[in-house]
Write a new protein. Structure first.
Length: 95
């Protein structure tokens, strides 16, 4: 599912809201999560999961095209850990 599909689904489930209102709300939610991660804060949505920014240490890497060694400085990457309820729902799903 992509963002536009999420917005459309939410708008269909809540007919009293316009699609632009739903899009506005989704954008606010995603922007707030992004800003929290940028500030190294943890975002937890009970029953769904938690978003954090994990630190990756600096290391020597290799350019796959040339084989040349390259220094890669430390960085932060987004990380998501599914909550217990979400894990149980996914584990219970059968194809």
């Amino acid at each position: 599912m992509v963002k536009s599909e999420l917005i459309q689904r939410l708008a269909d489930q809540q007919p009293q809201l316009s699609e632009s209102d739903v899009e506005f709300a989704v954008n606010i939610l995603l922007d707030d999560i992004t800003n929290a991660l940028q500030n190294r804060e943890r975002v937890e949505i009970r029953g769904f999961g938690a978003f954090t920014a994990r630190k990756r240490p600096a290391k020597m890497a290799r350019n796959p095209k040339t084989g040349e060694k390259v220094y890669k400085p430390e960085s932060y990457v987004p990380f998501f850990k599914a909550g217990k309820v979400l894990q149980e729902i996914i584990e219970g799903y059968k194809d």
